[in-house]
Design a protein around this ligand. Structure first.
Ligand code: DGY
Length: 335
């Protein structure tokens, strides 16, 4: 019998879905928007692989709906907080993500947020569009410089380093806080307190985990300069949005640039941060270029193809096996 693979969306970019169709029957969730667990479970029965996007819920119930045939869950995203890693480990399922292919694109967008927030680009554009640009005045549309500023990167992996490279082009001083990354030619490693106190821009590049949830809360915001900008292209849950809102409204922080939110997608129920004049908000587009989105799906498909062919996955989640493990109590027989 031909193997089956579940993809959580139709019409993905790249060649990945077609290549999967060459070795398996591909079932794609046909709905629009974000599928819930109840949408995916009925399609999952008997699948050997699941290709999911970064926000899709991939939990133990979905794995159980798939049954013992499930060998690999492949996330077309760098972030992996949507997948229950413990549930996958218990069942011996390989879980993969897509590092490597989106760091440069996400770093580009990080800089777009830095520029937009510190130079107040959105407000200036809206002012022009509304017909309010009547005179050149020295005090209008003032922002803060990026060149010469200190950039603090929390998390110094592929994306953090790509941001650091760009920062050098802007003549910035770069600091980072990451227990796994010592000083290098681009950036000095410092503790969190030093980074928060000295940075003009703090940019977040950590995955969302139990340790990083609300890493930036009222205390950390209070430790930042009142002239500082907070930027996040990682995951919404890393920032306590309530605390950020208060800090910006009370003028304790110059500005923020956010591509990610605690509740995504927002639909018409907008976060109050969206209406804040000193907060630039985007709908999670860090990796959204044609080439990068295709590369993410292609790598996600390659990971499934590898595992189904008995090869190690190319990009398993950090600290997890690249080949299927046999869960305790199993016969070791997998479809
Ligand atoms: C990622 O790759 O993690 C992006 O945020 C898209 O989910």
């Amino acid at each position: 019998m031909k193997r089956r693979v579940l993809i959580t969306r139709e019409n993905l970019p790249g060649s990945g879905a077609d290549r999967l169709s060459g070795v398996a029957e591909v079932v794609a969730w046909p709905g629009n928007g974000k599928p819930g667990p109840a949408d995916l479970a009925p399609l999952a029965s008997g699948v050997s692989g699941v290709l999911a996007l970064g926000n899709d819920p991939v939990d133990g119930a979905l794995m159980d709906a798939a049954g013992p045939s499930l060998r690999v869950i492949s996330l077309a995203s760098m972030g992996y907080d949507n997948a229950d890693r413990a549930a996958a480990a218990e069942r011996g399922i390989v879980v993969t993500h897509t590092p490597g292919v989106l760091a440069e694109t996400t770093a580009d967008l990080t800089f777009a947020l830095i520029l937009a927030a510190r130079r107040r680009i959105g407000g200036a554009e809206a002012s022009l569009a509304s017909g309010s640009w009547g005179l050149f005045r020295m005090h209008d549309y003032l922002g803060l410089d990026i060149h010469g500023a200190t950039l603090g990167l929390i998390g110094y992996g592929q994306i953090g380093r790509a941001v650091a490279r760009r920062a050098h082009g802007f003549g910035m001083r770069v600091l980072h806080h990451d227990p796994h990354a010592p000083d290098d030619a681009l950036s000095a490693s410092v503790n969190l307190a030093t980074l928060l106190a000295e940075s003009d821009i703090v940019s977040l590049h950590v995955p969302l985990t139990a340790e990083t949830r609300h890493l930036i809360s009222a205390r950390e915001l209070a430790a930042m300069k009142p002239t500082a900008t907070l930027v996040s292209t990682s995951r919404g849950g890393v920032v306590d949005e309530e605390a950020l809102l208060h800090a910006v409204r009370e003028g304790r922080l110059h500005s923020a640039g956010l591509d990610v939110f605690e509740r995504e997608p927002m639909g018409t129920e907008l976060s109050p941060l969206v209406a804040e004049p000193h907060v630039v908000t985007l709908p999670h587009i860090g990796s959204a270029t044609e080439a990068t989105r295709a590369a993410m799906v292609d790598l996600a498909a390659d990971n499934i193809l590898d595992v189904l062919a008995g090869r190690p996955a190319r990009t398993p989640l950090p600290g997890t096996p690249a080949v299927q493990s046999i869960p305790a109590g199993s016969t070791g027989v997998h479809a």
